[in-house]
Design a protein around this ligand. Structure first.
Ligand code: SAH
Length: 341
């Protein structure tokens, strides 16, 4: 059955019309789903019984069950959600001084094969629908009884490999008549699927684009991220420059530092040369150890040296605060299995 949360407002209007109803009903349904966050069509009390019945016959309301919830000593919470088809995904809630941020998954498993990321350890099953992406936020808002202010597409999966559904989810999240989370409060992260970066630029939605770069050297980057064999650094940076030109927005480059791999002075120089003059920001992440991972965290001393060198070269770089690593909720530690249960 179709998931009623998969539709943005325009698409929902068309759906409602196919049921022989006036399109303003779509606004009412949209509000029930994304403002009131009801769990059943019976709760949509301003709709006729007849319409509620029609909706029930044609659509599911996707409600996630919290299968498991872990809480870190720093307040970060990791949720394991059970999906209607028996699969499971993880999402992470982080508390910042400016509000609450959710790291959402976009796929069940991931095809990208990055050597340092746990989400790669399990085979790819399928992409999530727009409604399943949005439901992660709804379920967490309901669990904590508070509004989420920021969303990062940095959970399991490659958002640009599920482009249409991610865009649709953003349209739903964004809508002032729905969850009303401003595009500027949404970040989409990609390992570097170049054609979709051009598409994203042309869409000109005001989200932040994050690029998982991790190295400015093609050999090193290819050894960490197979996607570099399909789209190398030159092609990636060309697409990033196009994005900046089109949107006038700063790009955020993610760089996870691994000892004796991409954390030395030469690597810092290559990175500075690559990004010089670009409207960007570098997020340095001490690489998180994953089971069977071959990478080890760079020393804090090294990370600070790396940052200072970039700053000296005029490139804004900050060290990302690590959240949730004690519950395997930090970057690259999410997976989709019940194994950890
Ligand atoms: N597929 C997308 C979305 C996942 S985002 C992407 O690659 O961007 C998750 C972020 O965490 C990415 O920047 C990813 O490179 C980073 N990451 C993955 N494994 C990590 C690890 N072990 N330590 C630190 N960061 C990691």
């Amino acid at each position: 059955m179709k998931n009623i949360k998969d539709y943005n407002l325009d698409a929902l209007k068309k759906e409602v019309e196919t049921l022989g109803e006036k399109s303003f009903r779509a606004e009412q349904i949209f509000k029930w789903l994304f403002v009131e966050k009801v769990k059943s069509f019976d709760d949509m009390t301003n709709l006729s019984l007849e319409l509620r019945e029609k909706l029930k016959q044609n659509y599911d309301i996707c409600n996630f069950n919290i299968e498991k919830k872990l809480e870190s000593s720093d307040g970060t919470k990791k949720y394991l959600f059970g999906l209607s088809d028996g699969n499971a995904i993880e999402s992470v809630l982080m508390q910042y001084h400016y509000g609450k941020s959710v790291c959402v998954s976009s796929q069940i498993g991931c095809k990208m094969g990055c050597k340092f990321c746990a989400s790669t350890g399990i085979p790819f099953i399928r992409s999530l629908s727009a409604g399943e992406i949005v439901e992660q936020i709804i379920a967490i808002e309901q669990d904590i009884g508070e509004k989420i202010s920021n969303i990062v597409f940095m959970g399991i999966g490659e958002p640009m490999d599920n482009y249409e559904n991610v865009i649709r989810a953003i349209e739903i999240l964004n809508n002032p008549k729905g969850l009303n989370i401003g595009a500027r409060h949404i970040s989409v992260s990609t390992s570097g699927i170049v054609p979709r970066i051009y598409d994203f630029a042309d869409k000109n939605i005001q989200c932040t684009l994050s690029i998982s770069l991790h190295s400015a050297n093609n050999n090193t980057r290819s050894s960490m991220m197979p996607v570099n064999n399909a789209y190398n650094i030159e092609e990636l940076i060309k697409a990033c420059k196009y994005y900046i030109e089109k949107t006038n927005k700063r790009i955020s480059f993610e760089y996870a530092l691994a000892k004796d791999n991409n954390d030395n002075q030469k690597a810092a120089e290559e990175l500075a040369n690559l990004l010089q003059g670009m409207l960007c920001h570098v997020n340095l992440i001490p690489i998180n150890n994953i089971e069977k991972g071959k990478y080890e965290k760079s020393s804090l001393e090294n990370i600070i040296k790396f940052r200072d060198y970039l700053n000296k070269r005029g490139i804004v770089a900050t060290i990302r605060r690590e959240l949730g690593s004690d519950i395997n909720a930090a970057c690259g530690q999410l997976r989709r299995s019940y194994v950890e249960k």
